[in-house]
Design a protein around this ligand. Structure first.
Ligand code: ADP
Ligand code: MG
Length: 285
Protein backbone atom coordinates (compact mmCIF):
# COMPACT_ATOMS: atom_id res chain seq x y z
CA UNK A 1 0.00 0.00 0.00
CA UNK A 2 1.16 3.51 -0.71
CA UNK A 3 1.64 5.99 2.12
CA UNK A 4 -1.43 7.76 0.83
CA UNK A 5 -3.50 4.60 1.01
CA UNK A 6 -2.34 4.08 4.58
CA UNK A 7 -3.30 7.61 5.47
CA UNK A 8 -6.71 7.13 3.93
CA UNK A 9 -7.11 3.87 5.80
CA UNK A 10 -6.24 5.27 9.19
CA UNK A 11 -8.34 8.33 8.43
CA UNK A 12 -11.38 6.24 7.65
CA UNK A 13 -10.73 4.27 10.81
CA UNK A 14 -10.60 7.41 12.90
CA UNK A 15 -13.81 8.73 11.39
CA UNK A 16 -15.47 5.47 12.40
CA UNK A 17 -14.07 5.58 15.89
CA UNK A 18 -11.26 3.09 15.33
CA UNK A 19 -7.93 4.61 16.17
CA UNK A 20 -5.23 2.84 14.19
CA UNK A 21 -1.90 3.87 15.56
CA UNK A 22 0.18 4.00 12.44
CA UNK A 23 0.75 2.16 9.20
CA UNK A 24 2.30 -0.94 10.77
CA UNK A 25 -0.75 -1.63 12.84
CA UNK A 26 -2.98 -1.18 9.85
CA UNK A 27 -0.82 -3.53 7.83
CA UNK A 28 -0.55 -6.27 10.44
CA UNK A 29 -4.27 -6.31 11.02
CA UNK A 30 -4.95 -7.77 7.62
CA UNK A 31 -2.97 -10.88 8.43
CA UNK A 32 -4.84 -11.73 11.61
CA UNK A 33 -6.25 -15.24 11.57
CA UNK A 34 -6.89 -15.86 15.24
CA UNK A 35 -8.33 -13.66 17.98
CA UNK A 36 -8.24 -14.16 21.72
CA UNK A 37 -11.04 -12.51 23.63
CA UNK A 38 -10.93 -11.51 27.23
CA UNK A 39 -14.19 -12.44 28.85
CA UNK A 40 -15.14 -10.17 31.71
CA UNK A 41 -15.38 -6.56 30.66
CA UNK A 42 -14.68 -7.36 27.03
CA UNK A 43 -17.11 -9.98 25.78
CA UNK A 44 -19.50 -9.50 28.63
CA UNK A 45 -19.68 -5.76 28.50
CA UNK A 46 -23.07 -5.48 30.09
CA UNK A 47 -23.20 -4.57 33.74
CA UNK A 48 -23.10 -7.73 35.81
CA UNK A 49 -25.54 -8.03 38.69
CA UNK A 50 -25.67 -10.27 41.71
CA UNK A 51 -28.38 -12.87 41.22
CA UNK A 52 -27.89 -15.24 44.12
CA UNK A 53 -26.08 -15.42 47.43
CA UNK A 54 -25.66 -18.58 49.42
CA UNK A 55 -24.18 -18.40 52.91
CA UNK A 56 -22.41 -21.55 53.96
CA UNK A 57 -21.40 -20.17 57.34
CA UNK A 58 -23.71 -18.99 60.02
CA UNK A 59 -23.96 -15.23 59.60
CA UNK A 60 -26.46 -12.66 58.47
CA UNK A 61 -26.51 -11.28 54.93
CA UNK A 62 -26.18 -7.71 56.10
CA UNK A 63 -22.99 -8.43 57.97
CA UNK A 64 -21.70 -10.60 55.15
CA UNK A 65 -22.22 -7.96 52.50
CA UNK A 66 -20.72 -5.27 54.67
CA UNK A 67 -17.42 -7.16 54.86
CA UNK A 68 -17.48 -8.06 51.18
CA UNK A 69 -18.36 -4.55 50.02
CA UNK A 70 -15.74 -2.98 52.27
CA UNK A 71 -13.23 -5.14 50.39
CA UNK A 72 -14.63 -4.82 46.87
CA UNK A 73 -15.14 -1.07 47.04
CA UNK A 74 -11.37 -0.84 46.50
CA UNK A 75 -11.58 -2.73 43.21
CA UNK A 76 -12.35 -1.36 39.77
CA UNK A 77 -13.49 -4.75 38.49
CA UNK A 78 -17.01 -4.87 37.00
CA UNK A 79 -17.83 -7.79 39.30
CA UNK A 80 -16.68 -5.74 42.29
CA UNK A 81 -18.93 -2.88 41.27
CA UNK A 82 -21.88 -5.23 40.94
CA UNK A 83 -21.22 -6.65 44.39
CA UNK A 84 -20.92 -3.23 46.03
CA UNK A 85 -24.08 -2.08 44.31
CA UNK A 86 -25.93 -5.11 45.58
CA UNK A 87 -24.52 -4.76 49.09
CA UNK A 88 -26.05 -1.30 49.40
CA UNK A 89 -29.50 -2.87 49.56
CA UNK A 90 -28.79 -4.19 53.00
CA UNK A 91 -27.97 -0.80 54.46
CA UNK A 92 -29.87 1.97 56.09
CA UNK A 93 -27.43 4.46 54.58
CA UNK A 94 -28.12 2.98 51.16
CA UNK A 95 -27.73 6.27 49.32
CA UNK A 96 -24.25 6.96 50.55
CA UNK A 97 -22.95 3.98 52.42
CA UNK A 98 -19.94 4.26 54.68
CA UNK A 99 -18.19 0.90 54.60
CA UNK A 100 -15.87 -0.25 57.33
CA UNK A 101 -12.24 0.52 56.71
CA UNK A 102 -10.26 -2.03 54.74
CA UNK A 103 -6.56 -2.49 55.35
CA UNK A 104 -3.88 -4.16 53.28
CA UNK A 105 -6.04 -4.35 50.18
CA UNK A 106 -4.52 -6.56 47.51
CA UNK A 107 -5.91 -7.14 44.04
CA UNK A 108 -4.77 -10.33 42.36
CA UNK A 109 -5.44 -9.77 38.69
CA UNK A 110 -7.72 -12.35 37.17
CA UNK A 111 -8.40 -14.02 40.50
CA UNK A 112 -9.94 -11.58 42.96
CA UNK A 113 -9.19 -9.41 45.94
CA UNK A 114 -8.34 -9.57 49.61
CA UNK A 115 -8.29 -7.12 52.49
CA UNK A 116 -8.46 -6.97 56.23
CA UNK A 117 -11.77 -5.68 57.56
CA UNK A 118 -12.83 -5.66 61.21
CA UNK A 119 -9.91 -7.85 62.15
CA UNK A 120 -10.90 -10.40 59.58
CA UNK A 121 -9.08 -11.35 56.45
CA UNK A 122 -11.59 -11.28 53.61
CA UNK A 123 -10.93 -13.05 50.33
CA UNK A 124 -13.29 -12.58 47.38
CA UNK A 125 -12.66 -14.29 44.08
CA UNK A 126 -12.35 -17.53 42.20
CA UNK A 127 -10.90 -20.93 43.04
CA UNK A 128 -7.37 -19.87 42.14
CA UNK A 129 -7.52 -17.11 44.70
CA UNK A 130 -8.64 -19.52 47.37
CA UNK A 131 -5.91 -21.98 46.55
CA UNK A 132 -3.35 -19.17 46.59
CA UNK A 133 -4.39 -18.49 50.17
CA UNK A 134 -4.51 -22.18 50.97
CA UNK A 135 -8.21 -22.14 51.65
CA UNK A 136 -9.99 -25.41 50.99
CA UNK A 137 -13.22 -25.21 49.09
CA UNK A 138 -16.01 -27.26 50.62
CA UNK A 139 -18.03 -29.74 48.58
CA UNK A 140 -21.06 -27.49 49.03
CA UNK A 141 -19.19 -24.53 47.58
CA UNK A 142 -17.92 -26.64 44.68
CA UNK A 143 -21.45 -27.66 43.93
CA UNK A 144 -22.70 -24.08 43.93
CA UNK A 145 -19.85 -23.04 41.64
CA UNK A 146 -20.73 -25.78 39.17
CA UNK A 147 -24.37 -24.75 39.36
CA UNK A 148 -23.47 -21.13 38.58
CA UNK A 149 -21.26 -22.20 35.71
CA UNK A 150 -24.03 -24.30 34.23
CA UNK A 151 -26.26 -21.24 34.13
CA UNK A 152 -23.44 -19.21 32.55
CA UNK A 153 -23.16 -17.16 35.72
CA UNK A 154 -19.89 -16.24 37.41
CA UNK A 155 -19.56 -17.95 40.76
CA UNK A 156 -17.56 -15.99 43.30
CA UNK A 157 -16.27 -17.36 46.55
CA UNK A 158 -15.89 -15.46 49.79
CA UNK A 159 -13.73 -16.62 52.66
CA UNK A 160 -13.13 -14.93 55.99
CA UNK A 161 -10.53 -15.76 58.51
CA UNK A 162 -10.00 -14.36 61.93
CA UNK A 163 -6.59 -12.81 62.21
CA UNK A 164 -4.26 -14.20 64.79
CA UNK A 165 -2.92 -12.00 67.54
CA UNK A 166 0.50 -12.06 65.91
CA UNK A 167 -0.93 -10.94 62.61
CA UNK A 168 -2.78 -8.13 64.32
CA UNK A 169 0.59 -7.12 65.79
CA UNK A 170 1.87 -6.93 62.23
CA UNK A 171 4.04 -9.97 62.59
CA UNK A 172 4.23 -12.67 59.98
CA UNK A 173 4.19 -16.22 61.22
CA UNK A 174 6.00 -18.87 59.32
CA UNK A 175 6.29 -22.52 60.09
CA UNK A 176 9.42 -24.43 59.24
CA UNK A 177 10.44 -28.00 59.62
CA UNK A 178 13.97 -29.29 59.75
CA UNK A 179 13.38 -32.39 57.73
CA UNK A 180 16.38 -31.84 55.52
CA UNK A 181 18.57 -30.64 58.27
CA UNK A 182 22.32 -30.93 58.40
CA UNK A 183 23.99 -29.42 61.34
CA UNK A 184 26.94 -29.29 63.52
CA UNK A 185 25.68 -28.20 66.91
CA UNK A 186 29.11 -28.08 68.44
CA UNK A 187 30.16 -25.42 65.97
CA UNK A 188 29.18 -22.23 67.67
CA UNK A 189 28.09 -19.47 65.41
CA UNK A 190 28.77 -15.85 66.03
CA UNK A 191 25.78 -13.64 66.09
CA UNK A 192 25.26 -12.18 62.68
CA UNK A 193 22.43 -11.59 60.31
CA UNK A 194 22.77 -15.01 58.93
CA UNK A 195 19.56 -15.10 57.04
CA UNK A 196 18.63 -13.95 53.66
CA UNK A 197 15.41 -13.00 52.07
CA UNK A 198 14.51 -11.88 48.67
CA UNK A 199 11.54 -9.67 48.33
CA UNK A 200 9.38 -11.83 46.19
CA UNK A 201 10.30 -15.38 46.79
CA UNK A 202 12.02 -16.92 49.74
CA UNK A 203 13.52 -16.50 53.15
CA UNK A 204 16.38 -18.73 54.09
CA UNK A 205 17.58 -19.01 57.63
CA UNK A 206 20.45 -21.29 58.50
CA UNK A 207 19.28 -24.02 56.25
CA UNK A 208 15.59 -23.50 56.78
CA UNK A 209 14.09 -22.30 53.59
CA UNK A 210 10.74 -20.60 53.70
CA UNK A 211 8.87 -20.45 50.46
CA UNK A 212 6.87 -17.35 49.93
CA UNK A 213 3.26 -17.63 48.96
CA UNK A 214 0.60 -14.99 48.61
CA UNK A 215 -0.49 -15.35 52.21
CA UNK A 216 3.06 -14.56 53.14
CA UNK A 217 3.77 -11.52 51.09
CA UNK A 218 7.35 -10.46 51.70
CA UNK A 219 7.26 -7.55 49.28
CA UNK A 220 8.41 -4.37 50.92
CA UNK A 221 9.21 -6.21 54.10
CA UNK A 222 12.42 -5.44 55.87
CA UNK A 223 12.46 -8.38 58.19
CA UNK A 224 13.49 -8.49 61.76
CA UNK A 225 13.35 -12.16 62.26
CA UNK A 226 12.62 -14.02 65.45
CA UNK A 227 13.10 -17.75 65.53
CA UNK A 228 11.33 -19.89 68.07
CA UNK A 229 12.60 -23.39 68.62
CA UNK A 230 13.44 -26.04 71.11
CA UNK A 231 15.82 -28.55 69.70
CA UNK A 232 19.50 -28.97 68.97
CA UNK A 233 18.65 -28.68 65.31
CA UNK A 234 17.16 -25.24 65.87
CA UNK A 235 20.32 -23.83 67.40
CA UNK A 236 21.94 -22.42 64.27
CA UNK A 237 18.71 -20.69 63.32
CA UNK A 238 18.27 -19.37 66.85
CA UNK A 239 21.70 -17.80 66.54
CA UNK A 240 21.15 -16.55 63.03
CA UNK A 241 17.86 -14.87 63.76
CA UNK A 242 17.72 -11.33 65.10
CA UNK A 243 16.01 -12.71 68.15
CA UNK A 244 16.23 -16.37 69.10
CA UNK A 245 13.56 -17.61 71.46
CA UNK A 246 13.67 -21.02 73.02
CA UNK A 247 11.07 -23.07 74.81
CA UNK A 248 12.25 -23.49 78.38
CA UNK A 249 11.85 -27.21 78.18
CA UNK A 250 14.16 -27.30 75.19
CA UNK A 251 17.60 -28.79 74.96
CA UNK A 252 20.54 -27.11 76.64
CA UNK A 253 22.26 -26.32 73.38
CA UNK A 254 19.19 -24.52 72.10
CA UNK A 255 18.78 -22.63 75.38
CA UNK A 256 22.35 -21.50 75.11
CA UNK A 257 21.89 -20.38 71.53
CA UNK A 258 18.77 -18.32 72.22
CA UNK A 259 18.35 -14.70 73.27
CA UNK A 260 15.11 -15.22 75.11
CA UNK A 261 14.02 -18.27 77.04
CA UNK A 262 10.31 -18.91 77.50
CA UNK A 263 10.61 -20.40 80.96
CA UNK A 264 7.03 -21.60 81.22
CA UNK A 265 7.40 -23.36 77.90
CA UNK A 266 4.28 -21.54 76.87
CA UNK A 267 4.26 -20.44 73.25
CA UNK A 268 2.00 -17.53 74.04
CA UNK A 269 4.90 -15.98 75.85
CA UNK A 270 6.35 -15.16 72.45
CA UNK A 271 3.70 -12.44 72.44
CA UNK A 272 4.49 -11.55 76.04
CA UNK A 273 8.13 -11.07 75.14
CA UNK A 274 7.46 -8.94 72.08
CA UNK A 275 4.81 -6.93 73.88
CA UNK A 276 7.21 -6.25 76.69
CA UNK A 277 9.90 -5.16 74.30
CA UNK A 278 7.50 -2.90 72.44
CA UNK A 279 6.34 -1.30 75.63
CA UNK A 280 9.89 -0.81 76.81
CA UNK A 281 10.98 0.80 73.60
CA UNK A 282 7.55 2.28 72.92
CA UNK A 283 7.70 1.16 69.36
CA UNK A 284 4.69 2.06 67.35
CA UNK A 285 3.56 -0.91 65.38
P1 ADP B 1 -11.63 -12.12 32.44
O1 ADP B 1 -10.29 -12.76 32.34
O2 ADP B 1 -12.77 -13.01 32.09
O3 ADP B 1 -11.70 -10.74 31.83
P2 ADP B 1 -10.92 -11.18 34.98
O4 ADP B 1 -9.52 -11.52 34.68
O5 ADP B 1 -11.26 -9.76 35.08
O6 ADP B 1 -11.88 -11.88 33.98
O7 ADP B 1 -11.37 -11.97 36.29
C1 ADP B 1 -11.39 -13.39 36.24
C2 ADP B 1 -12.08 -13.92 37.45
O8 ADP B 1 -11.40 -13.47 38.61
C3 ADP B 1 -13.49 -13.44 37.62
O9 ADP B 1 -14.40 -14.25 36.91
C4 ADP B 1 -13.69 -13.56 39.11
O10 ADP B 1 -13.97 -14.89 39.47
C5 ADP B 1 -12.32 -13.24 39.63
N1 ADP B 1 -12.21 -11.82 40.02
C6 ADP B 1 -11.41 -10.88 39.50
N2 ADP B 1 -11.53 -9.70 40.13
C7 ADP B 1 -12.45 -9.90 41.09
C8 ADP B 1 -13.04 -9.06 42.10
N3 ADP B 1 -12.71 -7.78 42.26
N4 ADP B 1 -13.95 -9.63 42.91
C9 ADP B 1 -14.30 -10.91 42.78
N5 ADP B 1 -13.79 -11.74 41.86
C10 ADP B 1 -12.89 -11.25 41.02
MG1 MG C 1 -11.29 -8.47 31.75
Amino acid sequence: ATPTAVMVGTGVGASQGVLIKGGQALERAHKVNCIVFDKTGTLTMGKPVVVKTKLLKNMVLREFYELVAATEVNSEHPLAKAIVEYAKKFRDDEENPVWPEAHDFVSITGNGVRATVNRREIMVGNKNLMSDYKITISADAEELLAEAEEMAHTGILVAREAISILKSMNIKSIMVTGDNWELNPSKKQRKSKNYRYDKSSTVTISGYKIENDKSNDFAGWGPCLAMVGDGVNDSPALVAADVGMVIGAGTDIAIEAADIVLMKSNLEDVITAIDLSRKTFSRIR
